[in-house]
Design a protein around this ligand. Sequence first.
Ligand code: DQA
Length: 142
Amino acid sequence: MKIIIINGPNLNLLGTREPEIYGSESMEAYIPKLRQRYPDMEIEYYQSNVEGELINKMQEVGFSYDGIVLNAGAYTHTSIALLDCIRSIHTPVVEVHISNVSSREEFRSRSVIAPGCRGTIQGFGLDSYRLAIESLLGLATR
Ligand code: DQA
């Protein structure tokens, strides 16, 4: 099984960015742990601060990979282009958020991309990514 974790804007700063909300672990430290936990799975990682680059990556992998774990960052709340992209590809997309966006500012409680995703996992810190992988495993064995 081949999946990719795609992180959007400002998530390259995980570990130092608002640690009281997003924790103090970087993605670079977390990804190897995930790979160790799922040795039979190919787990790729991609991050971009640029909306169009996220779309290019999703189009590139979205017809051959088994799953996409997407934390679109703030584009979650604004990007119809990402929603259209998610709807245009074949690979299932699971929306992820580190924080519980429903308990924060009002503008974060609306996800523009959610209608295109298979489901959403939020609020469990970096463990949200692992839970998203579990959900993709569930889809694959269904
Ligand atoms: C986030 C939540 C978004 O509202 C925010 O813009 C982010 C991170 C999260 O993982 O909790 O950049 O997606």
